[in-house]
Design a protein around this ligand. Structure first.
Ligand SMILES: [Zn+2]
Length: 98
């Protein structure tokens, strides 16, 4: 085998290796995305503490997620700030869940 053929063999093998590595990286991204989707479907609107179903109640532009199991209350991003701004909010919220 000539030196030229040998270096071509190495080049082809390296190319194949790179292609396989790229495919593996792509597959890992797809698996991670599928796993994330599965986790979201499994846990969506379930209490992070006890796993019971959450019910969503809208009150003054805030969507309150209330656990049907442990009675915990969950707020989405930015909603705690809204609740703090409105001084009567918490008392009124307690009235709803009495
Ligand atoms: Zn709960």
């Amino acid at each position: 085998m000539s030196d030229l053929n040998q270096s071509e063999d190495i080049y082809i093998a390296k190319q194949e290796l790179e292609k396989k590595k790229e495919k593996m990286a792509k597959d890992q991204v797809e698996v991670a995305a599928a796993e994330k989707k599965k986790q979201q479907e499994l846990h969506y609107m379930h209490c992070p503490k006890c796993g019971s179903q959450l019910v969503e109640i809208g009150f003054r532009d805030v969507m309150i997620d209330k656990c049907t199991g442990c009675q915990g209350v969950w707020l989405d991003t930015g909603e705690l700030e809204q609740v703090i701004k409105d001084k009567s909010f918490l008392n009124n919220m307690l009235e709803i869940f009495k």
